[in-house]
Write a protein that binds this ligand. Structure first.
Ligand code: HEC
Length: 127
């Protein structure tokens, strides 16, 4: 019964340590974007796929790219994406756009969120 304990404790310590060192260094927005990339394209020639392409997002009306079939919830949300609306949506998609098709648990670390939004902004001029 107790024999598994040291291993479990070591694992927890290792997890805690890696979490700490990550918090100390700069957060890389490209890394935070990785899970998004399984559904979203961004950058030159990005197209709609499982999710809409995310170029030129700031100032874009939610649900407005031509090559993606959005939910009615997104199309009628009335949102124009900017930093506050993106941050709120990415924290909790279903709360900001109830009924959205985007199945994502949300980003809750403020530094990850800031790095991600800065990363998205670097594609503001991509087409
Ligand atoms: C499992 C697939 C999936 C993942 C993972 C995902 N999304 Fe989405 N996303 C979608 C879908 C589908 C929509 C369209 C939602 C709708 O129509 O209701 C969407 C919509 C969006 C929109 C609104 C775009 C527009 O044209 O109005 C933004 C912004 C967005 N996602 C950003 C992200 C970011 C950033 C991440 C990573 C933190 C992410 N998404 C992760 C599937 C996903």
């Amino acid at each position: 019964m107790r024999r598994g304990f040291p291993c479990a404790a070591a694992l927890l310590l290792a997890l805690a340590a890696s979490g700490c060192s990550r918090r100390d260094g700069p957060v890389d927005g490209a890394t935070v974007f990785k899970p998004c990339a399984s559904c979203h394209q961004i950058g030159p020639n990005a197209r709609g796929g499982f999710g809409p392409q995310l170029n030129a997002l700031f100032g874009r009306r939610a649900g407005s790219t031509a090559d993606f079939a959005y939910s009615n919830a997104m199309k009628t949300s009335g949102i124009v994406w900017d930093e506050p609306t993106l941050a709120a949506f990415l924290r909790d998609p279903d709360k900001v756009v109830p009924g959205t098709k985007m199945r994502f648990w949300g980003i809750h670390d403020e530094r990850d969120l800031a790095a991600l939004i800065a990363y998205l902004r670097t594609y503001q001029d991509a087409r």
